[in-house]
Design a protein around this ligand. Structure first.
Ligand code: ZN
Ligand code: ZN
Length: 278
């Protein structure tokens, strides 16, 4: 059955897709992906605008840009200026992914924090919700959001959520949506499925994080946006709802949050959630 799916987080610009990118996007459409947020961190910090051309070429694709915590130590004023320029593009609807990653610690933690805070300030000025990447850093991440972001009222998305319901609740209280990725399908991830079962329906999103983190049926191989259907099916199973309903609700949540019309056109509403949508 064809679903109305939204992949809230995919890296379609990366070289993994160079050989078959058009076919990959066609497969996404055939699987029912009606909306996709392309995250343009690029494989390196020099390609912050990597997602924008896809959003300009396809009315069903939107773009985000931001400095990933892995790249924080390379951030310069020139990169911040580039992000500010990119954020003037109406097809760029979110700032990210940004945040903290203490699992890999590719950049020093104090640098990750300062780059995160700087971008929160920029996103606030640009009136763009933020896409949060947080791994094994929830205490610091939530504290920074509390101090530097809550008052913006813009909210955002906790992407590839893999933590507890309590942390999700703190985020939801700040206007965040909670997005689940392929790891929710893994046999050992029952704890995460329990969280996905208990998130209020109007805060739920699904994503692939393509080309990473393929769901169970393609685990270990390249992920692609078409596989977001498997994430929706898994969440439907734990909530005793048809996958089509998970797909429709998560798509409606995404459109409402970003102020997008059903056709994919922006309605002109101010993006973000706390005051205007929740
Ligand atoms: Zn991420
Ligand atoms: Zn990502």
């Amino acid at each position: 059955m064809i679903m109305d799916l939204t992949d809230s987080h995919a890296h379609v610009d990366v070289s993994d897709f160079d050989a078959d990118r058009d076919a990959m996007l066609d497969r996404a459409r055939a699987a029912g992906v009606g909306t996709l947020l392309a995250i343009g961190n690029g494989p390196e910090i020099e390609k912050l605008g990597a997602a924008v051309p896809y959003a300009e070429a396809h009315d069903w694709i939107y773009a985000a840009a931001g400095i990933h915590p892995h790249e924080a130590e390379h951030a310069t004023d020139a990169h911040y200026a580039e992000l500010e320029r990119l954020a003037r593009n109406p097809r760029l609807i979110a700032w990210g992914e940004i945040g903290l990653d203490y699992h890999y610690d590719h950049s020093p933690r104090d640098k990750q924090a300062s780059v995160f805070r700087h971008q929160l300030e920029q996103a606030r000025a640009a009136k763009r919700p933020v896409i949060i990447h947080c791994r094994e850093a929830w205490a610091d991440c939530l504290r920074i959001l509390e101090e530097d972001w809550r008052s913006s009222g813009l909210g955002g998305i906790f992407h590839c959520f893999a933590s507890t319901l309590e942390e999700a609740r703190i985020g939801m209280d700040m206007g965040f949506l909670i997005s689940f990725a392929g790891n929710v399908t893994y046999p050992k991830a029952q704890n995460l499925r329990d969280v996905a079962r208990d998130i209020p329906m109007d805060r739920l999103l699904v994503e692939t994080d393509s080309p990473f983190l393929a769901p169970q049926s393609n685990r270990g191989r390249r992920n692609e946006p078409a596989y977001v259907a498997e994430v929706a099916r898994t969440i439907g199973n734990v909530r005793n709802l048809p996958a089509t309903q998970i797909a429709e609700t998560t798509s409606a949540n995404f459109r409402r949050f970003f102020g997008l019309g059903h056709s994919g056109n922006r309605t002109g509403a101010v993006p973000g959630g706390v005051s205007s949508h929740f």
